[in-house]
Design a protein around this ligand. Sequence first.
Ligand code: SD4
Length: 342
Amino acid sequence: MAGILDRRKFLHLSALSAPILVSPKSIANAYNIPVVPIVISTWDAGMEVNAEAWKILSANGKSIDAIEAGARQIEDTINCCVGLGGNPDRDGIVTLDACIMDEHSNCGAVAGLERIKHPISVARKVMETTPHVLLVGNGAQQFAIENGFPMEPAKLSDSAEKAYKDWLSNTKYEPVINVENKKNNGPSAPNFFPDGTPNHDTMGLLAMDSKGNLSGGVTTSGMAFKLHGRVGDSAIIGAGLFVDNEVGAATSSGVGEEVIRISGTHLVVEFMRQGNSPKLACKKAVERIVKRDRQKAKTLQVGFLAMNKKGEYGAYAIQKGFVFSVKSNHENRIHDAEYVFG
Ligand code: SD4
């Protein structure tokens, strides 16, 4: 496809650029050539997620397949903050939300899904085999079982069990914003509570494949100790995830209610459609939340992450501490997002 910087052209440009010390990325930018493939994802755990997605993207695979593979990687990680190893609701039950969207605006989602390891794949099945977008609760579980997804034991991971017991001894229902890790000053430092446990539970990822097609996905155990039955932004197209293959894609992490209230990722994509960079689009969406109730916003976290059709990306958060991971032919690293309140 014309206008796409694939691996071959990239190597060619690298060779051309070497003697004059101009990076292939700046050449690509100068000629307005999208840099593909690329995958970006929320938080530092996105590094491993990206690595899995990259196996598909670097072999000229489709972005939707890369998204599913990346999300499955973290869903497989027991004792992590995403998937069945995540924290339960206030009744002690782990309920999972996920959604997926491709370059044709096909989308699928599940919410409140219990005892199924790969909600992202169930969401994809909803997208590909039903006329619906969102299945919830028992219906979602029944659909998963009918489609061959095994039921897992109803057992909390060790870290979730501990967190739940601690929470039960002090049942104050307040979402906790991410705070700096006092134990570790590395790049992943801001994503942990001072005792070292992860303080986020959502993986959102966006990919553009070598054909320049965008897809995205989100998978989460949702906000810890939520009311049973509560659904967050991560299952809702336009809130936790939105993809428009003409413009770009966005995903979110943080307090889902605030994201749903402003149709957050749809808003980010619309801001990009108006010509804003991904970072500015994310900033404007964050400001929409802050403007509504500045005092309340000081007590909670929301981060948006976005990518446009050029392969440019950016993020913005309410609080310090939101980080995201990027993998392309140019880089493989974690970035800090800018924020409103430091
Ligand atoms: C939710 N947005 O359920 C998710 C929570 C989250 O990092 O992102 N946590 O509201």
